[in-house]
Ligand binder design. Structure first.
Ligand SMILES: Cc1cc2nc3c(=O)[nH]c(=O)nc-3n(C[C@H](O)[C@H](O)[C@H](O)COP(=O)(O)O)c2cc1C
Length: 170
């Protein structure tokens, strides 16, 4: 098995399911340094006539600084059975742990030197197009919101990326 580049527009709908049902790792940075973390929120679709991937990152994440400084980010979809990777990358911080080393993940680089992982089933390499903080004043149905945000705020920042490369493990 090896990751092979495929046409973004040939991605199958299963990739959309994988994004929420499997273990998605959001990675940003470059050859000089990067960070990765588990994500559960995201969308795939289209904006401004480009295939797009949207992710959400809280400002306290170590990954946040890399997302801000990098022009690209990647989403690596790790096989469902590797729950250990989702747990480690979703509970430990890159501030004090080399998560890739602990998980046995091997880094590869895509467009813009964006890092992703050889162990992924599928990878989306995204060029950052748009970033904006989610904002309480724009919420139209507050039902789900109280569960995620207290009075302290720390609302996620939304990043929309143009999917410029896709890789599928064949
Ligand atoms: C299943 C799961 C999904 C998660 N989804 C997100 C998410 O979408 N956005 C986010 O900011 N944090 C999310 N997290 C939390 C981060 O992965 C976690 O805080 C991580 O340790 C941050 O690492 P970092 O400090 O190295 O960036 C999720 C955690 C888990 C376990």
């Amino acid at each position: 098995m090896a990751l092979e580049r495929v046409d973004v527009m040939d991605l199958t709908p299963e990739v959309f399911q994988d994004f929420v049902r499997k273990n998605a790792l959001l990675t940003a940075g470059g050859r000089e340094g990067y960070n990765t973390m588990t994500i559960g929120w995201g969308q795939l679709g289209s904006i401004w006539n480009e295939p797009a991937c949207t992710v959400y990152v809280r400002p306290e994440r170590h990954t946040y600084g890399f997302m801000e400084e990098s022009g690209y980010f990647t989403v690596s979809l790790i096989p469902a059975q590797r729950r250990d990777i989702a747990r480690i990358c979703g509970t430990k911080s890159g501030r004090d742990t080399d998560k890739a080393a602990e998980c046995g993940l091997h880094v590869l680089y895509g467009a813009g030197d964006a890092p992703y992982f050889e162990e992924a089933e599928a990878v989306l390499v995204c060029k950052k197009l748009y970033a904006q903080d989610l904002d309480a004043s724009h919420v139209t149905d507050g039902g789900p919101i109280d569960r995620f945000y207290g009075s302290a705020g720390n609302w996620h920042r939304m990043y929309i990326g143009q999917v410029v490369e896709a890789y599928v493990n064949k």
